[in-house]
Design a protein around this ligand. Structure first.
Ligand SMILES: C[S@@+](CC[C@H](N)C(=O)[O-])C[C@H]1O[C@@H](n2cnc3c(N)ncnc32)[C@H](O)[C@@H]1O
Length: 220
């Protein structure tokens, strides 16, 4: 007699899909934990002016897995009042993973953060966002392999960054960090340029990325 699977049992394919999602969430949580620890440890905020309400822009955000941790960081550290609000704008190319960023169900911290993801070439930032940004985040850019593109993105970012505003960028390796550092040049004061000690080598994380190097700077 053959054993029949119980009625309503889920198929192995569906189970595999569920496992994939579960794995991704764990991955995202771990990654954001690493990012949070890194920001707290290395970014000195004394010279960054607080604002009542913040405009945050994530350049080349992809699916923006780190948007919530970035928003929370700004709410907790860069706002002058406890009921201040933040507008979070992610920008990436239309044929990127940006549509996934739009679909994600995000924590808005009791209505204090409004997320918006805009398709576009970040080299045209001036036409994509109306307002200037108080904080720019760039995670895992490719300023070595896409040098000219990133020169263009940084050139477009500078005039849209409020004076004294914070830039937080993370990288896969030191060469990329140094490349972006030279692109921001004398228009920024470097607050931190360091390997991230929390990005512990881990075969799972290593396959993707884990905020391994950090560049934090203040716009002069
Ligand atoms: C390595 S991925 C990083 C994505 C995301 N920030 C992360 O950490 O997962 C690099 C991203 O840069 C984006 N990108 C490349 N050139 C761009 C441009 N000119 N304007 C906007 N985004 C760009 C790509 O579409 C891609 O999403």
């Amino acid at each position: 007699m053959t054993t029949q699977p119980p009625k309503n049992s889920i198929s192995p394919e569906y189970l595999q899909l569920l496992m994939k999602f579960a794995e991704r969430n764990i991955h995202r949580e771990r990654l954001n934990g690493i990012y949070w620890q890194m920001l707290r440890r290395y970014v000195p905020l004394e010279s960054i002016a607080k604002v009542d309400n913040a405009v945050i822009v994530s350049l080349a955000c992809g699916k923006a897995d780190d948007a919530e941790v970035q928003a929370q960081y700004v709410l907790e550290n860069l706002l002058s009042t406890e009921d201040g609000k933040a507008r979070f704008i992610g920008v990436d190319l239309p044929d990127s993973e940006l549509p996934l960023a739009n679909r994600a169900n995000r924590n808005d911290y009791n209505g204090r953060v409004a997320y918006e993801f805009m398709p576009g070439d970040a080299r045209d930032l001036g036409t994509i966002i109306r307002e200037d940004a108080d904080v720019f985040f760039i995670s895992h850019s490719e300023p070595v392999s896409l040098k000219e593109v990133w020169k263009g993105i940084i050139a477009a970012m500078k005039p849209k960054h409020t004076k004294g505003g914070l830039l937080v960028a993370t990288f896969h390796n030191e060469d990329e960090m140094e490349a972006l550092r030279s692109m921001i040049g004398k228009d920024y004061a470097i607050l931190a340029a360091t390997r991230n000690e929390y990005a512990i080598p881990d075969p799972h994380l290593d396959n993707i990325y884990s905020h391994k190097f950090l560049l934090a700077a203040r716009r002069l």
